[in-house]
Design a protein around this ligand. Sequence first.
Ligand SMILES: Cc1ncc(C[n+]2csc(CCOP(=O)(O)OP(=O)(O)O)c2C)c(N)n1
Length: 334
Amino acid sequence: MYEQMVTARYYEERLQEEYLVGKQPAFDISAGPIPGELHLAAGHESSGAGVCIHLRDDDTVTAPHRPHHIAIAKGVDLKKMTAEIFGRETGLCRGKGGHMHLFDPDVNFACSGIIAQGCPPAVGAAMAAKKRNTDSVAVAFLGEGAIDQGGFLESLNLAAVQDLPVVFVIEDNDWAISMPKDRVTDVEDGSRRAQGFDMPGERVDSDDAVAVYEAAEKAIMRARDGNGPSLIEVQVHRRMGHFMGDAEAYRPEADIERAKQRDSIERLADDLRAHGVSDDDLDEIRERAHERVDEAIAWAKEQPEPDPSEAYENVFTNPPAQTATDGGSEGGEQ
Ligand SMILES: Cc1ncc(C[n+]2csc(CCOP(=O)(O)OP(=O)(O)O)c2C)c(N)n1
């Protein structure tokens, strides 16, 4: 878990550097090697690592728009994921998805920029696993800002009524962009939503990776053993803005400071030291993680950009008439 967490943190530190190239002094979101939005998950690492450590490649994970720590913990190919984020041809989605739309069929991972959107597909994957008589499970991650979405609530219901092997994990970082949690819901503990669907619900009140590990182990084993779905809420912390470039003018300074003080990675390192892991061992893990990340980023930057002619391949819609290759008829054949 420690290795996954330090990999995710360093990966995002490096992405942050790359993202800012060419975007300053005036913040131009379309410029630089990583154009578009970038949502970083620094402070969420305990949830991805503590949950995904119990998963196999044939288990399915769906993640939201803040996906890197979860993708890394699920074992998504780091090089292809990075190429995707840089919009390169060898990326997971040939550079068409970007950082919010990573899809890796080798380890059954997908994420989406539409909040709570991962819940129905996770339920579908769990239903498929059950119908095929396998013991695979599915996990849907979502933010606390998405817990009133119909897709989430309907997914809880279907999972419960059909006893499906799926676990829902709410990452509660207290904020949905600029909206504090208490303005979105009166339910302080999101795991209580489980009661309405007669399934187990548990809240991990701190971003203690070991506590997440224990809660996730129970829920995932329950699903794998054919005993149905569960809901977990994990307290995490948003150490950065909602996305890169967010000045967080809405957020009290004290809240930002509080989020930065609670570092789940340092906490886990302390636990490991208390259990006899040496500083040298921790340094070695960190160095290995940094090397892997640096290698993935260097590789991604060398990859070719997709040819513009690929823009309308693998999409569900026809190109606008003016770009159709037939010289401007009502869209091309697909
Ligand atoms: C269906 C839908 N509505 C609105 C948005 C715009 N939006 C993007 S992120 C976000 C807030 C998400 O907050 P939360 O789920 O708590 O996740 P966090 O960003 O805090 O990790 C919203 C409303 C969206 N992406 N999808």
